[in-house]
Design a protein around this ligand. Structure first.
Ligand code: COA
Length: 264
């Protein structure tokens, strides 16, 4: 993979670790970062050797310190809207990315940092992580879908509490309210996420991707429609090599060796 200005990428054992690397601004999301991440996602989408992504911040201080406040201080109404559209579209791309994406939240995850983490499938936080939506303290509101994903994740009242007060919370509080799934010591964060990715990678990659789609789309539907959608996706699994290999391995009492391909 080519060299990126704002990212470090390491691919090993079917997992790509994508590290935000803009230390001078604590990994704040300017247009440059958003554009590069979009290109990286396109490349990793096409790379069949990659099953799972981990998004993290380089160093141990910051995951992402939010949208770029210096840039935002100069924006007018139209520019503000465009910036929000751009960031929101990228986060939707993360959410809808076929392969699972784990956020390894290593430090500050403020504003766009919390928003980006929420677009990932699973959030693992370091004990040093800080979450929050500080936008109202800057005279704006969350613009990368924070007002939408936060209440869906932690409930309406807690989302309002966090957004209205602009309060920052520590990892243990984030865990308590369901904003992250686990908290681990800083030195263990990446290893923990790699092991988690490896556990995911052992399963049928096509099944994992279809399960992701079923969960995400189902949550946007009423229960009946979601169940119906799941039945269609379940049926679709029977056209995959993953299904043939996974069920055969059980019957033959051996470990499955998933090819991760649709049956021709
Ligand atoms: N946008 C642009 N630049 C940012 C930034 C952001 N969101 N967050 C940090 N930076 C820059 C700082 O301006 C500073 O640059 P400078 O040295 O050129 O002045 C550099 O990153 C280091 O930040 P600094 O504030 O000195 O570090 P700190 O350790 O004292 O504080 C934070 C860290 C994260 C608490 C603090 O930077 C902060 O509150 N950032 C903004 C968080 C936020 O409100 N995000 C939501 C945006 S919508």
């Amino acid at each position: 993979m080519k060299k990126w200005k704002n990212f470090l990428i390491e691919i090993d054992q079917k997992t790509a670790v994508v590290s935000f690397n803009r230390p001078e601004a604590l990994n704040a999301l300017n247009y440059d970062v958003l554009t590069e991440l979009e290109q990286i996602l396109d490349e990793l989408h096409k790379d069949d050797s990659v099953y799972t992504l981990i998004l993290t911040g380089a160093g141990d201080k910051s995951f992402i310190a939010g949208g770029d406040i210096k840039d935002m201080s100069r924006m007018n109404v139209e520019e503000g809207k465009l910036y929000a559209y751009t960031g929101t579209a990228l986060l939707r791309k993360i959410e809808e990315f076929e392969k699972p994406i784990i956020a390894a939240v290593n430090g500050y995850a403020l504003g766009g940092g919390t928003e980006l983490a929420m677009a990932c499938d699973i959030r693992i936080a370091s004990e040093k992580a800080t979450f929050g939506q500080p936008e109202t303290g800057l005279g704006i509101i969350p613009g990368f879908a924070g007002t939408q994903r936060l209440p869906r994740l932690v409930g309406k009242g807690m989302a309002k509490l966090l957004i209205f007060t602009a309060k920052r919370i520590k990892a243990d509080e984030a865990l308590r309210i369901g904003l992250c799934e686990a908290v681990v010591p800083p030195a263990e964060l990446l290893d923990y996420c790699k092991k988690l990715a490896a556990a995911i990678n052992e399963n049928g990659p096509t099944s994992v991707r279809l399960a992701k789609a079923a969960i995400n789309h189902g949550l946007d539907m009423d229960l009946r429609s979601g169940c119906r959608f799941e039945s269609f996706v379940f049926g679709h699994c029977f056209a995959t090599e993953d299904h043939r290999e996974g069920t055969a391995a059980f019957v033959e009492k051996r470990k499955a060796n998933f090819p991760g391909k649709y049956k021709k």
